[in-house]
Ligand binder design. Structure first.
Ligand SMILES: [Zn+2]
Length: 175
């Protein structure tokens, strides 16, 4: 597996050659993606095949995956999250052609006169696979001390909520 991936690609040229790209890129190179993680260490492994079909001149299929660290939103402790994104894109050099793209492909609209940064091509796909609210698989995997602490806090809030409305009603009834 070659790790010498090009920084920039010309998808039309790659599709014409039926070229595949395999290798890995450091997580820290993905600025937006890595800023959502607990740590910027690790590698994004990718395997992409560029090709043409009868219906569309320039497509890419494959996947990228990475083992990343996320912060659990329940106990605030880092945990390992294996992330995998399937990629199936049709390159669209002109936005007006998006509707003509065959089913099963997501459009990747770009300026066909320029090359594409490989990072840009897959960063959105990685971001889409991040959970909205990352957390351990179950409460059992969370830090037990933090879970106990939070449970105690929630119970206190519940008690306050239950007492207040009745207190207010009683005051009103007396008026
Ligand atoms: Zn947790």
């Amino acid at each position: 597996m070659s790790s010498r991936l090009p920084v920039e690609i010309d998808p039309y040229q790659l599709a014409a050659q039926n070229a595949s790209l395999e290798g890995q890129l450091a997580v820290e190179k993905f600025k937006r993606f890595s800023s959502a993680l607990a740590t910027q260490v690790g590698q994004v492994r990718l395997s992409l095949l560029f090709y043409s079909t009868e219906d569309w001149e320039c497509c890419v299929s494959g996947h990228c995956e990475a083992d990343v660290q996320l912060v659990c939103q329940r106990c605030l402790v880092d945990f390992n999250y294996p992330l995998k994104a399937e990629i199936r894109l049709g390159f669209v050099g002109n936005e007006s052609l998006v509707e003509k793209l065959p089913d099963g492909f997501e459009p990747y609209v770009f300026d066909a006169r320029k090359k594409i940064h490989l990072i840009d091509l897959i960063e959105d796909e990685l971001l889409l696979k991040l959970p909205m609210t990352p957390s351990h698989n179950g409460v059992a995997e969370c830090d037990p001390e933090v879970v106990d602490y939070l449970a105690a806090g929630e119970a206190a809030v519940e008690t306050d909520k239950q007492e207040n409305p009745f207190a207010v009603l009683k005051t009103l009834q007396k008026l």
